[in-house]
Design a protein around this ligand. Structure first.
Ligand code: 0A1
Ligand code: ZN
Length: 881
């Protein structure tokens, strides 16, 4: 059996729903061998739908239909049809109640969509189209209903029964069973429905809102995790306060709950009043979670909380509008994280993700606009483009309008559309109406895929003191889109004088009060800007703060980059100049034989960074990171992975050897024996120390090996323990490597979040020729095929992060990935489809890799019964070949 080609869904075919659902009454009977779901829907025809005689069509997936009743009367089997996965009831009246009883098997649900079991508890995941795996329903976000949910289960095994809203009733039933009834007063689309039943402990707190209400906050976890909730709770309270202060958004229900589950396809889910989290995105204590994990948890807790307004109160009309809630919410959580920590570091991290991974997506076969025009499987569209580029688009509106008008726009948007399911266009219109600005050309950011390229050139007229900057924009073709129109781009810049200070940016001689940093607006294919009153030729600092998700090409010399890296007043561009310099050095070495020299200026720049304690250490910690191999691949026309890897290694080795003493000094200077703190300074200190250690172990320095052993044994937090472990695992000290890996596993084997880290540090290890070791990890007793975190920590980490091992010219890495994807496709298509990503850009690689990648995609394509998820990714990747 070969999969039939899945249907493509088009935005242009959107129609309002034929029926609306005002109320949903659910009753769940939960058992070990399955669950019975009774659903009573109060349905009426939508007066806006053109055909008032339309049959009722409800979506369903993997359901056993037990009975159908209309207004309390059984509907004979001949009066309805099961067509494909849909339940069709023709000839229905204008208003009626429909009761449907279905039987489902959560215990066998490995797709983790709908109702399933994880570590003995029942939980749900309904976004995007999981509710149809629970009961028949018009499963689309523009059908919003009030839900009442009664859950019945064995009291001993499932003492905690949760759903959205407030608990309004509870009681005992026969046979040791009990029930709880929940009522959610806010109409919501079914993708925000949630249910949890399990044996969980509850951590409680209270939040006092700006209008004086007390909100009951609860985090539910398995009892062994009771000590790992504090950080998430604190993050939640900070998020609630921040949303009041920055967006004027108060929480609306009396209770807000978070539940941690071990088996979860994504990071977390914003179900109304009952957020469900992947355990790895909520549980943390200093001894088990790294700084990065702490920061990720804070950001995800905030993200899901912020969705209460940007997503839940105002939701999406259809799934093409996904970025309406995701782009806006990522922008909100990024601003929150910036406010909680170092704004420059946060910007560097986000821009790095954009430039390394989103630009790659936007240049590959799966490229799509922020508002896609079509899809086969919506789960494949939870992408970096929807989330991260979508956030950059909102950020550009913020930049163009300024903070006050942007806030006016968001107030108008929330007020105008509260309780509605709307479009990205409605969002932009609210911004326009509040600000009086015309964003019609700006809308192209939502419609055109591909990363705009800015080609910048300049000339200096010494006689007139005029500096001219010419900026040309072009947008590359992407699948299905050519001949793109110029976009509206906020282009922030500054000009540096010879002393490193910012010069005034006077656009005319009369401009005497000119600022030193400006946001120019690019709207045409070509612009020339003139800056007046400049006594010397300046060095341009372009796209400050990464003011738009574009690529900038300008012929900076290495000396100019050095200069910017040590003088630019814009922290982001300082970092960027360092990155560009390092990229240039690595790219130049790529073509050379082994005797190529590493430019001494780069070494000097790093020496300065390592030794100047007056610099912002958080920025220094970021600047020390060499551009990743993934980024170098992304920048290449045709990537020769091994050649790039060798060149990068050469630079790293030279830096570590030349700067050995400086690295040791940096390591010792940043020793920190105090209490664990999560301030930007403390994070920077740990990061600097661990980077120094990693570099020294990269050259197999014996003294550093001893330091790492001591650090590993004595570390009082996971950042330092993991730093030592990672450095040793990536070193040539084989005996020590084995010892620390074993010791680590012995100590942490009962903690799944730590075991995930243990898996991924090995899967990402650059120790050569270790595919055999990766295979061994798949048979390790702690590895579980049905747990997405474990799959990601081994297969995902290998194929996605360990690029020099994955891209072998014998194609062994590719075949390995294809095998695992074929296996996973039967268990969990969403996860399988995501794992294909590293193969999709096969055309970008040098011929020696390209063919093997393509063959691996074909291996996947030829699997019998391929899921719609994997089908879409593989067929789009191979299209035209
Ligand atoms: N809306 C969630 C992400 C999410 C999407 C799909 C899921 O199911 C497969 C789960 C979560 C968020 O943005 O956090
Ligand atoms: Zn989200």
């Amino acid at each position: 059996m070969r999969t039939n080609q899945p249907r493509t869904i088009y935005l242009s075919e959107y129609q309002v729903p034929a029926f609306l659902v005002d109320h949903v009454d659910l009753r769940f009977e939960l058992f070990e061998d399955g669950a019975r779901v009774h659903s009573t829907l109060s349905i009426r025809r939508n007066p806006e739908f053109p055909d008032q005689g339309e049959a009722l069509v409800l979506d369903g997936d993997s359901l056993v239909l037990e009975s159908v009743q209309m207004n309390g009367e059984a509907v004979p089997e001949n009066d309805y049809q099961l067509k494909g996965e849909q339940l069709v009831v023709p000839g229905v009246p204008d208003r009626f109640e429909l009761t449907v009883v279905t039987w489902i098997e959560p215990q066998n649900n490995t797709r983790l969509e709908g109702l399933y079991k994880s570590s003995g508890m029942f939980c749900t995941q309904c976004e995007a189209e999981g509710f149809r795996c629970i009961t028949f329903f018009p499963d689309r976000p523009d059908v919003m209903a009030r839900f009442r949910t009664r859950i019945e289960a064995d009291r001993a095994a499932y003492p905690v029964l949760l759903s959205n809203g407030n608990d309004v009733d509870r009681g005992e039933l026969a046979d040791g069973r009990h029930f709880v009834t929940w009522e959610d007063p806010f109409p919501k689309p079914c993708y925000l429905f949630a249910l949890v039943a399990g044996d969980l402990v509850e951590k409680r707190d209270t939040f006092h809102t700006c209008s004086g209400r007390d909100i009951d906050l609860r985090i539910y976890v398995e009892s062994r995790n009771a000590q790992k909730c504090d950080h998430a709770m604190d993050s939640l309270k900070r998020s609630m306060r921040w949303d009041e202060e920055v967006y004027g958004r108060e929480y609306d229900l009396d209770i807000f709950m978070i539940v941690a589950v071990d088996d979860f396809n994504m990071g977390a889910m914003e179900n109304k009043g009952l957020n469900i989290f992947n355990s790895s995105c909520v549980l943390a204590s200093p001894d088990t979670a790294t700084d990065a994990a702490f920061q990720r948890i804070e950001a995800i807790v905030a993200h899901e909380y912020f969705h209460n307004w940007s997503g839940n109160r105002v939701t999406c009309r259809d799934w093409f509008q996904l970025s309406l809630k995701e782009g806006f919410t990522v922008f909100r959580d990024a601003e929150f994280s910036a406010d909680m920590g170092s704004p420059t570091v946060k910007r560097i991290e986000d821009a790095t993700l954009m430039r390394t991974a989103q630009f790659a997506e936007d240049a590959g076969p799966m490229a799509h606009p922020v508002r896609p025009a079509s899809y086969m499987e919506i789960s494949n569209f939870y992408t970096l483009t929807i989330y991260e580029k979508g956030a950059e688009v909102v950020r550009m509106i913020h930049t163009l309008l300024g903070p006050e008008l942007f806030r006016k726009g968001s107030d108008l948007y929330f007020e105008r559309h509260d309780g509605q399911a709307v479009t990205t266009d409605d969002f932009v219109r609210a911004m326009e109406d509040a600000s009086g600005r015309d964003l019609s050309q700006f809308r192209r950011w939502y419609e055109q895929a591909g990363t705009p390229v800015l080609d910048v050139s300049d000339e200096y007229d010494a006689d007139k003191g005029v500096y001219r900057l010419k900026v040309q924009q072009r947008i590359p073709d992407t699948p299905g889109q050519t001949d793109k129109q110029p976009q509206h781009i906020p282009f922030a810049l500054g000009l540096l004088g010879a002393d490193g200070a910012d010069l005034s940016l006077a656009l005319a001689d009369s401009d005497t009060e000119a600022p030193v940093s400006r946001v120019l607006e690019l709207t045409d294919t070509e612009h020339t800007f003139e800056f007046h009153g400049l006594a010397e030729r300046p060095v341009p600092s372009l796209l400050r703060g990464f003011s738009a998700p574009v690529r900038v090409h300008y012929p900076w010399t290495r000396d100019q980059l050095m200069f910017l890296a040590s003088h630019d007043s814009d922290g982001f561009n300082r970092w960027d100049a360092g990155q560009r310099l390092a990229v240039d050095v690595i790219q130049a070495l790529e073509g050379q034989a082994d005797d190529g020299e590493v430019d001494a200026r780069l070494i000097d720049a790093y020496r300065q960074l390592l030794n100047d304690a007056t610099l912002d250490q958080a920025l220094v910690a970021k600047m020390l990171n060499l551009p990743s191999l993934a980024y170098l691949i992304e920048l290449a026309e045709e990537a020769d992975v091994q050649a790039l890897h060798r060149a990068r290694e050469k630079v790293l080795t030279t830096l570590a050897e030349t700067l050995r003493e400086d690295l040791l000094a940096c390591y010792h200077r940043n020793d920190d024996s105090g209490d664990y703190q999560l301030t930007p300074e403390a994070i920077a200190r740990r990061s600097l120390r661990n980077t120094a250690l990693a570099w020294l172990l990269h050259i197999d320095d014996a003294e550093a090996c001893d330091l790492a052993r001591v650090q590993f044994d004595r570390a009082s937090n996971m950042t330092d323990q993991m730093g030592a472990l990672r450095a040793l695992v990536n070193s040539g000290f084989a005996a020590e490597r084995g010892e620390v890996l074993d010791g680590f596993y012995q100590r942490w084997q009962d903690d799944p979040q730590v075991v995930e880290q243990w898996f991924s540090v090995q899967a990402a290890s650059t120790e050569a020729g270790h595919l055999g070791k990766i295979r061994a990890l798949l048979t390790h007793p702690a590895f579980e095929w049905t747990n997405p975190n474990k799959v990601r920590s081994v297969i995902g980490a290998f194929a996605g992060q360990n690029l020099s091992e994955f891209h072998q010219d014998d194609a062994s890495g590719y075949r390995f990935l294809a095998e695992q994807v074929r296996r996973l496709d039967d268990l969990n298509p969403q996860i399988a489809a995501r794992l294909v990503a590293p193969l999709t850009r096969w055309r970008k690689f040098a011929p020696v890799y390209r063919e093997g990648m393509k063959t691996a995609l074909e291996m996947i394509r030829d699997k019998d019964g391929l899921s719609r998820d994997v089908y879409e990714v593989v067929h789009k990747s191979l299209a035209g070949s």
